[in-house]
Write a protein that binds this ligand. Structure first.
Ligand SMILES: NC(=O)c1ccc[n+]([C@@H]2O[C@H](COP(=O)([O-])OP(=O)(O)OC[C@H]3O[C@@H](n4cnc5c(N)ncnc54)[C@H](OP(=O)(O)O)[C@@H]3O)[C@@H](O)[C@H]2O)c1
Length: 338
């Protein structure tokens, strides 16, 4: 296939471009080149999508498939204006942040309610908390379906993406923490659900969708697992035989200013229950039936760990720092032993 990736200079876009080259496709990546370089074997076309005309020169070439990762509504609109009539299939990487209900477990893309589209004066996520992110993705989903038609558009609502080149502090936190050894603070309850997808699996599915002209809207995530399974899987992937976990109650963590999900003082991939019980417990059977394949967790862990070792400067150092973790564990033990 002749594939155009709108992005391709970091994480998912780059993994998709790399895999497409490996699979023998002719790959073009259009981006500014600010976030990084495209993989070897892909053609880089410099384009700043803030300029509405930036992708117009690519139209004449024609492509079998486009993969777009944008968060900006205007970027999507201009890309569709320039290219929709010159490509066979359009994959848009959306997000599970489009969903209106993060509380109910077991929802599926087929019928889960989504947020309203972004207000007219909003073009992209705003500020450090990425306000309007989900709404902007909803707006872009609508544009893609409208311009390409439902049958030629693949809307992939990605869950938490993990693996090599992960720019976040989420999954890498657990790889780093388990590697460090000692008593590990495990948040919440062992049966709490967690859910994510390996970037390479998602990349593979995007290419499968393009190759088979898959149309429709799906969640792009692996099946949910328990947090105990995840932590044991990280340990196993790292070759750690007997990890020592201390499970600490949610309310105790919250009352000690331990934060959820990501960032400073956070325990990544941990969210408050029951309020957020639906976030990492979605029904993804439709995606698996439509060609998404999931590699063993140990492979994801090893890929993440080797990338972290090879590129230490690129790894974001978020999460709970070791001194805070030790202090909280000490306090928890005192409370527990009382
Ligand atoms: N990470 C997660 O856990 C997660 C979860 C759910 C959904 N998602 C979605 O998954 C996708 C991830 O995509 P990604 O990993 O490839 O990273 P990304 O951070 O979305 O990358 C953005 C891409 O767009 C390019 N870009 C940004 N501004 C541009 C501009 N003005 N003109 C041209 N190109 C521009 C960037 O390249 P340059 O900077 O080089 O121009 C980069 O390649 C996103 O859509 C995200 O919303 C992610």
């Amino acid at each position: 296939m002749r594939i155009l990736i709108l992005g391709g200079t970091r994480f998912l876009g780059r993994a998709t471009a790399r895999l497409a080259v490996e699979q023998g496709h002719e790959v073009t990546c259009a981006a500014r080149g600010v976030s990084g370089a495209v993989p070897a074997g892909a053609r880089f076309v410099a384009a700043d999508r803030d300029d509405p005309e930036s992708l117009v020169p690519l139209a004449a070439a024609g492509f079998d498939a486009v993969v777009d990762v944008t968060r900006q509504i205007s970027h999507a609109r201009h890309a569709l204006d320039a290219l929709a009539d010159h490509v066979g299939h359009w994959s848009f990487v959306s997000t599970i942040s489009v969903y209106a209900d993060n509380t109910t477990p077991g929802q599926s893309a087929a019928d889960a309610p989504v947020l309203p589209a972004a207000p007219a004066d909003v073009d992209g996520p705003v500020g450090p908390d990425h306000r309007w992110y989900g709404e902007c993705k909803v707006s872009i989903e609508e544009l893609v379906r409208e311009r390409m038609g439902v049958d030629r558009s693949f809307i992939c609502r990605a869950g938490l993406i993990v693996g090599a080149e992960d720019p976040s502090d989420r999954f890498p936190y657990w790889v780093r923490r388990l590697s460090a050894g000692g008593e590990v603070l495990a948040p919440g309850h062992p049966t709490d659900r967690v859910q994510f997808v390996d970037v390479a699996d998602l990349a593979g599915w995007l290419l499968h969708a393009a190759g088979t002209r898959l149309g429709g809207t799906y969640d792009g995530s692996g099946p949910a697992m328990s947090r105990a399974e995840m932590l044991a899987g990280v340990a196993a992937g790292l070759g750690i035989a007997d990890p020592a976990f201390t499970w600490v109650d949610q309310e105790f963590l919250l009352s000690n200013d331990v934060r959820e999900w990501s960032g400073e003082r956070a325990l990544p991939l941990w969210v408050r229950l029951p309020e957020t019980a639906g976030l990492m417990d979605r029904d993804v059977r439709a995606a698996l039936d439509a060609g998404l394949t999931i590699r063993p967790l140990a492979d994801t862990v090893r890929a993440t760990a080797s990338w972290m070792t090879a590129h230490p400067a690129a790894v974001r150092q978020g999460g709970l720092d070791p001194a805070d973790e030790a202090a909280i564990l000490g306090k928890w033990q005192a409370v527990r032993d009382r």
